[in-house]
Design a protein around this ligand. Structure first.
Ligand code: ADP
Ligand code: ZN
Ligand code: ZN
Length: 724
């Protein structure tokens, strides 16, 4: 009897396809398969074997290849992807494809398993110490050094671009050597936990084998990571695997090193989207085969199959990078909770400033809150002072008070950090005579001025242009850069403090973990006096000589149109404020604001997250925003706004005909209407309960797929959107 497989293929429609299995192949659910499709080939995953409702075999095309050398994806994995498809209203084949590493997605052969462990040699350490400049080969040495030892494939993923040449060079120079396994270096011993940490570790350890969500609530430095490490140790000791998700900027060499050196014999796999395809596939398959003990990665790691999974940790669970913003628009944190429930595991969500959704779960008793107060010795919160910018004259955005503060620190040999809340503060080129601005030709946004290469760049579509010599509007030769970008601030500070060593830290200046590592080393070595930067600086690093944090441009987050803006602002400011006074010296935070009495700043001054959350949750409740209301956004984009709006209005009429209790907003143009030559509009659906929204969406989607859709129009649905 001929056998048939049902396959999920990456196509923009929720369809499954049946294929014939040629003799000699052994079909199984979860295997990847290469198939003929249309005039080409595609790769998909077997979701059923011999489905009872399959059409007659003579109507089907045969499978080209089953990738039997990779174990089939386990049923828990298929259940997770099926849930994501259902919940986010996304075709299963595309979900599966997004959940697979790019290599498996295309069914390319895995890289040869010539994947040695590399460690730095004494010569390599010497070269690092003496280097004036970090070359690519030295960057490889640095990355290995900070991890203790690294598999070649993983190291390739740590570095930018194709680093195989750099690794070869480092080996030829005798800086890197092949070692037997990771466990060649000294394990760094576990610390003796304080009482609160012990309680947190015990609570989670006791929950092993059952679904229990925990919120680990503690500021940076309160010892959360130490708690995770103890919980992971307990998990590994039981022969289980641990999955730890961190935000994009949280996957630092220091964290890798800390985890790797704590578990020298364990197979640690790290995964993030910047890794080379081969390395990602290898890590994924090692996890699938049960060879990985710990998976440490960014949001996409939530989809790593782990047959012995015992614990999930989500660090900085409030971080916006856990939500994917295109394609399958999933929340890795929410999927992690679902996965913990489905696989009966404890899950630990850690944060100093939890998302209001998570906070409310804890308040309602659905999550167990574990508090980590700062140990008494370290509890010297920085004093927070508000500078009322309505009463002082600003010099390019800098108040006299802030400039004075920096001057004092310089005189004392201490460090300062000027933090710029970037929202709405990127510099643009404009003409003061005719009001011409450097608008992007493809978007309803202005292009941002980059002083380093005197270029204009659109941050939404990537369009690039040169700065004009004369105003295109009126011929005026005196064009100005407006807005307080980090580059502008850096320049201005340089004029004030010509003797100071100033360093800018933003996504333009610091692009890679290795670059960030180098900056960090220079801060620690006190080679930098003033840091200027954006949220990159916020993540927990201890700089004992940093005693002043100045915050510029924060008000933009108070009254933004986006309902999550205050939450994000508070989270960000708590994090940057925590950068100062981490050592022996007391810290000070200066917030420049036009709204010094705003409650958000009051709560911030007292480091009172619970108070802030209470107030913000009350406001959200009145407005019907999450966690009291549930949303999905249907977005459409087309060359003409009218076409997008017309399609959405049709969709709205279809939704109305369902007569569900879900509320339909009016179709409106999006705030950033034009992006990359396309004009965009949206329709918000709102419900006071999640199942209600889900039921409506499930009924609506097939009708939307059936709608006539102009060829140049694209639409998608975003469930639990990051913003409305
Ligand atoms: P978080 O993840 O909350 O920022 P960490 O776990 O990184 O906190 O701890 C902050 C610092 O305190 C680290 O340098 C860590 O080594 C140290 N630390 C944490 N727990 C303890 C402990 N129980 N005893 C001594 N030092 C600790
Ligand atoms: Zn653009
Ligand atoms: Zn002009």
């Amino acid at each position: 009897m001929s056998r048939i497989v049902r396959i999920a293929l990456p196509l923009p429609r929720p369809l499954l396809f049946d294929y014939l299995v040629p003799a000699g192949m052994n079909p199984a659910v979860g295997l990847c398969a290469r198939l003929p499709f249309g005039r080409g080939e595609k790769t998909g995953v077997v979701v059923a074997v011999d489905p009872p409702d399959a059409p007659p075999a003579d109507k089907l095309k045969p499978v080209l290849e089953l990738l039997e050398d990779i174990p089939p994806l386990p049923s828990e994995w298929l259940a997770l992807t099926a849930f994501a498809a259902r919940y986010y209203q996304h075709p299963l084949g595309e979900v599966i494809s997004a959940a697979l590493p790019p290599g498996l997605r295309r069914a390319v052969k895995l890289p040869r398993d010539d994947d040695p462990w590399l460690a730095t040699t004494p010569a390599g350490r010497l070269a690092l110490g003496e280097a004036k400049k970090i070359t690519r080969a030295l960057a490889a040495v640095l990355a290995v050094q900070s991890a203790g030892a690294r598999r070649r494939s993983q190291l390739l993923g740590d570095l930018d671009g194709d680093a195989s040449g750099a690794i070869r060079e480092a080996r030829a120079k005798g800086w890197l050597e092949i070692v037997a396994r990771a466990g060649e270096r000294e394990p760094i011993g576990a610390l003796t936990l304080n009482t609160a940490q012990q309680a947190a570790v015990h609570a989670v350890n006791d929950a092993a084998g059952s679904f229990r969500p925990f919120l680990l609530f503690g500021v940076t430095g309160s010892g959360k990571t130490e708690v995770y490490l103890h919980q992971i140790a307990h998990t590994l000791a039981q022969g289980r695997q641990a999955l730890m998700l961190v935000p994009e900027i949280g996957l630092t060499p220091q964290l890798m090193e800390r985890v790797a050196s704590r578990f020298p014999g364990a197979n640690l796999v790290s995964l993030h989207s910047g890794m080379a395809d081969g390395a990602r596939s290898l890590g994924f398959v090692q996890a699938l085969k049960g060879e990985a003990d710990i998976v440490l990665g960014t949001r996409l790691s939530v989809f790593v199959p782990l047959p012995r999974l015992g614990l999930i940790v989500v660090d900085e669970e409030h971080d916006a990078s856990f939500k994917q913003q295109d394609g399958l628009r999933y929340s890795a944190r929410d999927l992690a909770v679902w996965r913990a429930n489905a696989e009966k595991l404890p899950i630990v969500l850690g944060s100093a400033t939890p998302s209001l959704e998570t906070w409310q779960h804890a308040e309602a008793g659905r999550y167990t809150r574990l508090d980590l107060p700062l140990p008494a010795v370290a509890d010297k919160p920085p004093s927070l002072r508000r500078i009322d910018t309505r009463r002082v004259k600003l010099d390019h955005g800098l108040s006299p008070g802030l400039i004075e503060g920096i001057r004092t620190r310089l005189a004392r040999g201490e460090q300062s950090l000027v933090f710029l809340n970037r929202r709405g503060y990127a510099p643009v080129i404009a003409c003061p005579q005719c009001n011409w601005v450097s608008a992007c030709p493809h978007c309803s946004a202005n292009m941002v001025f980059h002083a380093a290469d005197r270029a204009l760049r659109c941050h939404h579509c990537g369009h690039e242009g040169r700065v004009p010599h004369i105003c295109p509007g009126c011929g005026n030769q005196d064009l100005h850069a407006f807005g307080r970008g980090t580059q502008r601030l850096e320049e201005r500070l340089g004029e004030h403090f010509p003797e100071a060593r100033i360093e800018r830290v933003d996504r333009d200046a610091v692009r890679t973990p290795a670059q960030w590592e180098a900056v960090r080393a220079r801060i620690e070595a006190r080679e930098i006096d003033i840091l200027v930067g954006t949220q990159m600086l916020a993540k927990g690093h201890d700089f004992p000589m940093l005693t002043l944090v100045g915050i510029v441009g924060a008000d933009a987050g108070l009254y933004a149109a986006d309902f999550r803006a205050p939450e994000r602002l508070f989270q960000q400011l708590m994090q940057v404020a925590g950068r100062s006074g981490r050592g022996e010296l007391p810290g000070e935070v200066l917030v420049q604001t036009e709204f010094p009495e705003h409650p958000l700043y009051e709560h911030l001054a007292r480091r009172d997250y619970p108070g802030f959350a209470k107030r913000e949750l009350a406001e959200r409740k009145m407005a019907g925003f999450p966690p009291w209301g549930y949303h999905a956004v249907l977005r459409a984009e087309a060359p003409e706004l009218d076409a997008a709006i017309a399609w959405l209005n049709t969709a709205r009429a279809v939704a109305e005909s369902l007569q569900s209790p879900v509320m339909l907003y009016d179709v409106v143009p999006m705030r950033l209407v034009r992006r990359a030559r396309l004009e965009r509009a949206q329709l918000v659906l709102e419900s006071d309960n999640r199942p209600g929204l889900q039921a409506t969406l499930a009924a609506l989607m097939p009708l939307l797929y059936a709608l006539k859709c102009p060829r140049e129009l694209r639409w998608h649905i975003d469930v639990d959107p990051g913003e409305l």
